[in-house]
Unconditional design. Structure first.
Length: 290
């Protein structure tokens, strides 16, 4: 197989490649060779090892942490408001043509994104003329306000990272059963959405209820408490807006459920689909300007 070009999503922990012909993926591969495991000089070898399953030396368009200051080569942030793909892709040194999509930044309040801008561009490419808020759940969840094809503003919440720390390293780890309890999740979302100032004390009730009554559903309730607090903080973004949630896994479903309970009109989309659509848009833009 000889791809026309290669789409690359290179994050902190994973490297994902798609062999592409135009906008159609022909094959895909994934490696445990994220930015966090590599020095700048090791990126070309990691890319060639992963891409060697395909013939040729097709050019690459990459997004994600590969363009961070600690990555292969820095692709400087572009300030919003701007298009999610504002141009100015950065060439990476190495034996193959590699172009890296820049991230976006916001001055007030200070915020940055890297990788999510490509998913936003992909969603807009698949949904022409769409205005509203795009929620991108993850370790650091992004809320992105888009209008007239531009990113107007955005806000990051560290909910995913807080969930991991509390469920794995705090005293709450002893009460994290694997039971999925939708009712407990819904109640917890409602609790912190209405009273976010009680989050710190509400968290300890998970441990106390387990010790005193053997209550289950601790993991679901923890997720609900944190997402409810996040919804309270980001209410100016999603209230009265149509919302697109990127991701169809457990995280995406949790955000969609919490938002739907508040009457927000939610569309849920596959993350791979919008990532590929965004990288394809970047590829076409790079060819048009070549």
């Amino acid at each position: 197989m000889t791809p026309e070009w290669i789409a690359c999503d290179w994050g902190t922990s994973r490297l994902r490649l798609w062999a592409m012909r135009g906008g159609e993926p022909l094959a895909a591969t994934e490696r445990d060779r994220g930015m966090g495991q590599l020095t700048p000089s090791e990126f070309p070898e990691a890319l060639e090892e992963a891409a060697s399953i395909w013939d040729g030396s097709a050019p690459v368009v990459a997004c994600g942490m590969v363009g961070a200051r600690q990555g292969w080569v820095e692709a400087p942030y572009v300030a919003v408001p701007c298009a999610p793909l504002p141009g100015g892709m950065v060439a990476a040194p190495g034996p193959r043509e590699v172009r890296i999509v820049p991230g976006l930044s916001q001055a007030d309040p200070p915020d940055v994104m890297r990788g999510e801008e490509t998913q936003v561009a992909g969603f807009l490419a698949l949904n022409q003329g769409w205005d509203g808020v795009i929620c991108l759940p993850g370790t650091h969840t992004k809320w992105v306000h888009v209008s007239a094809g531009e990113v107007v503003s955005f806000r990051t919440s560290m909910t995913g990272e807080l969930y991991a720390l509390l469920s794995e390293q705090s005293v709450l780890r002893h009460s994290m059963d694997e039971t999925t309890d939708d009712a407990a999740f819904d109640a917890a979302v409602a609790d912190t959405l209405s009273r976010p100032e009680r989050l710190a004390s509400d968290l300890f009730t998970l441990r106390a209820a387990d010790l005193l009554t053997g209550a289950t559903g601790g993991r679901s309730r923890l997720s609900g408490l944190l997402i409810g607090a996040e919804l309270a903080a980001t209410r100016p973004f999603w209230l009265g807006q149509q919302v697109a949630v990127v991701g169809t896994g457990d995280q995406g479903r949790a955000y969609s459920r919490a938002l739907s309970a508040q009457g927000a009109p939610v569309t849920q989309v596959r993350s791979d689909a919008v990532t590929l659509a965004g990288l394809t848009a970047a590829w076409r833009k790079s060819r048009a300007s070549a």
